[in-house]
Design a protein around this ligand. Structure first.
Ligand SMILES: *[C@@H]1O[C@H](CO)[C@@H](O)[C@H](O)[C@H]1NC(C)=O
Ligand SMILES: *[C@@H]1O[C@H](CO)[C@@H](O)[C@H](O)[C@H]1NC(C)=O
Ligand SMILES: *[C@@H]1O[C@H](CO)[C@@H](O)[C@H](O)[C@H]1NC(C)=O
Ligand SMILES: *[C@@H]1O[C@H](CO)[C@@H](O)[C@H](O)[C@H]1NC(C)=O
Ligand SMILES: *[C@@H]1O[C@H](CO)[C@@H](O)[C@H](O)[C@H]1NC(C)=O
Ligand SMILES: *[C@H]1O[C@H](CO)[C@@H](O)[C@H](O)[C@H]1NC(C)=O
Length: 416
């Protein structure tokens, strides 16, 4: 195994050295890669990276990292016994002993943690200015930086974690730097949450909110289902905004319409990132899917969608299209329908897109109710700032009680 991985690194290095793009892994189809090294290889690559050339992620900032006004750029070890560190931006004030609410905000595809720290900072500031209920809190904002071993060389240090491309961190994969590390992005979030749960450092902490949009939303959707149940007494809320795809708990998918991809011609449709097949062996259990579903529907999870997020620049693999077509918005609405059908709730699903014929009903796990909430923001596309500063976004960030759910297709059927 080690030999095979070594070979892959060596060939990647060669490809890099002679200037072929896509330096990290060979350009194989999913089936080839899976059969090359067996299921454990999936810890380095998910189904998305199996089937596609990596999109060019250039456009991100490669210059020296300078924290924004009001923040520091620092890092913590992911576990006390390990050397690997996760770098992040964090608010300077208030001091830890006064912090009552931590916002952990994840960047998207461009790995611009600083930008996300700033969006969250101004979202809180403007909510305060408007006297939005619940915004008068002593908040700290922490924006992790998931570096790329391909694009961010020189920006991360010897023990800092860095991931393979493309966007392997979004699918909760293991980092590839420092060499030989076993840390994945779920471990990273667990470590940050544990830091905030440490009463010796954060004695006033009451709420921890983990927010992500786009690529960050993809990780949070998976983290809400797979993150460790933290033993502390803070309340954890998970907010996933506009993820391109979700991890489906069962192999049920929409009944394909016309020429849409189907299980017959999309063989990776249920493979990890999109489903649980090939999930990293060391974290797998016989009841993984059911346990993940239980966590996901019992935790405080909010799914936010921009009603106008109908561009088609998100993930366009057949696996993604099988989650509701080409538009991210429709995939989210479909996700809401799927979770409610699987849980056997009595939610009114009229007007939600797509048809399912579920093989399973997990009402025995949910008892017919879920905690998951769906907020649809009218007049907003794929834009984190607009989502978070909308009424629905603000209520997700600050409200203890009822969440503003925004738009619903009821009475609008056919006019999505
Ligand atoms: C790699 O994939 C691209 C796009 O799918 C294709 O055009 C190219 O020929 C492939 N290269 C190899 C070596 O298979
Ligand atoms: C963040 O907000 C604080 C006040 O809430 C402000 O002093 C600081 O300048 C803000 N930082 C940025 C980069 O906007
Ligand atoms: C918020 O922080 C200030 C100090 O910056 C402190 O005086 C105040 O008691 C804190 N509020 C809460 C609710 O902890
Ligand atoms: C549903 O009921 C069963 C049996 O009483 C229980 O084990 C399970 O935890 C319940 N599920 C939820 C989501 O409360
Ligand atoms: C804060 O935590 C309390 C439980 O202690 C919870 O009821 C409330 O909804 C949380 N508020 C937010 C904004 O997450
Ligand atoms: C949900 O919709 C949003 C925008 O409306 C989109 O960005 C996101 O990718 C969608 N998520 C899924 C799983 O389709």
């Amino acid at each position: 195994m080690r030999f095979v991985v070594g070979l892959i690194y060596f060939s990647s290095f060669l490809r890099f050295a002679i200037g072929i793009s896509d330096p990290l892994l060979p350009n194989l189809t999913g089936r080839q890669v899976l059969s090359v090294a067996g299921p454990r290889r999936i810890t380095l690559r998910d189904a998305f990276t199996e089937t596609k050339n990596y999109p060019n992620n250039e456009g991100e900032d490669h210059s020296k990292i300078v924290p924004p006004t009001g923040a520091i750029f620092t890092s913590i070890p992911v576990s006390p016994l390990q050397k690997e560190r996760i770098p992040f931006f964090q608010s300077i004030s208030p001091a830890p002993e006064y912090v009552t609410h931590a916002f952990i905000v994840l960047h998207g595809r461009l790995r611009n943690g600083k930008h996300y720290w700033m969006i969250t900072n101004s979202t809180i500031r403007s909510a305060r200015k408007d006297g939005y209920p619940g915004s008068q809190i002593n908040a700290t904002i922490l924006a992790p930086q998931f570096f790329s071993a391909k694009y961010n060389k020189g920006q991360y240090r010897r023990n800092d974690l860095a991931w393979a491309d493309t966007n392997a961190w979004q699918a909760a994969e293991r980092a590839i730097h420092p060499r030989g590390t076993h840390i994945d992005s779920i471990d990273v979030l667990d470590a940050i949450v544990s830091m905030f749960e440490n009463k010796a450092v954060y004695p006033s902490m009451k709420n921890i909110t983990i927010i992500g949009h786009g690529g960050g939303g993809q990780l949070i959707q998976r983290y809400a289902a797979l993150g460790k149940a933290i033993a502390g007494d803070s309340h954890i809320r998970y907010i996933h905004g506009d993820p391109s795809t979700c991890v489906y708990f069962t192999d049920d998918r929409l009944i394909p319409e016309n020429s849409a991809p189907s299980k017959q011609n999309c063989h990776l449709f249920d493979t990890w990132r999109y489903g649980f097949k090939g999930f990293p062996a060391e974290k797998n259990t016989p009841t993984l899917r059911e346990d993940a579903f239980y966590k996901y529907i019992t935790r405080d999870v909010i799914s936010l969608i921009g009603r106008e997020d109908t561009g088609e620049e998100g993930d366009q693999t057949c696996m993604a299209k099988m989650q509701g077509g080409t538009k991210r918005r429709d995939r989210n609405l479909t996700w809401w329908k799927y979770i409610n059908l699987l849980a056997g709730t009595s939610a009114n699903l009229d007007g939600f897109p797509g048809q399912f014929a579920l093989k399973r009903n997990w009402r025995h796990i949910s008892n017919g109710s879920i905690n998951l909430k769906l907020g649809v923001v009218e007049g907003v596309g794929h834009d984190a700032k607009d989502i978070f500063s909308s009424d629905t976004g603000r209520s997700a960030l600050f409200s203890d009680g009822v969440i503003d759910v925004g738009w619903r297709p009821l009475g609008n059927a056919g006019k999505l």
